[in-house]
Write a protein that binds this ligand. Structure first.
Ligand code: HEM
Length: 127
């Protein structure tokens, strides 16, 4: 597959992944039992796997790699943080008072990642 197709796949996964995260957060906030939905349990894992695979594929196509280029290192580290915060935000055993701060921080992380992706810079081209 060529560059444009893989990038389209990557960005599509990004949009779907964020949408699924927002949906689960909203359902959780409304007290709806989203874990009863097989689709909402399984789809995020499938989408995030394809997101990561397409990310690595793009790295290979453009010849730039995490822990070599700073902007890709920043993306990977922020992705790990996003996953951890997402787990706290949506975790069954997380106290209610911790959910929303974790949810908001997870969204900040993903916003940061999009900024890094667009600027190819860990500082968004500033400083
Ligand atoms: C939630 C996580 C991620 C988000 C939100 C995200 C977002 C994006 C976006 C919006 C683009 C398109 C940028 C443009 O139009 O120029 C992009 C491209 C790209 N992403 Fe990601 N990404 C994520 C994870 C990753 C990870 C973990 C890696 C590295 C392992 C990665 C590697 C790349 C590469 C190499 C490109 C192509 C850059 C280029 O065209 O020059 N992404 N990403």
């Amino acid at each position: 597959m060529e560059y444009v197709s893989v990038k389209t796949l990557h960005v599509t996964c990004v949009v779907v992944s964020i949408s699924l995260f927002l949906l689960r957060g909203a359902l959780q906030g409304l007290g709806r039992p989203w874990r009863n939905s097989r689709v909402l349990l399984v789809a995020p894992h499938v989408v995030d796997t394809v997101l990561l695979a397409s990310a690595l594929w793009l790295c290979w196509i453009i010849g730039q790699y995490p822990f070599v280029q700073g902007w890709l290192t920043a993306k990977v580290l922020a992705l790990v943080l996003y996953i951890l915060l997402g787990r706290v935000a949506l975790g069954r055993s997380t106290p209610a008072a911790r959910r929303w701060p974790a949810f908001a921080l997870a969204l900040l992380c993903v916003g940061y990642i999009v900024g890094v992706a667009l600027t190819h810079s860990p500082t968004w081209g500033r400083f």
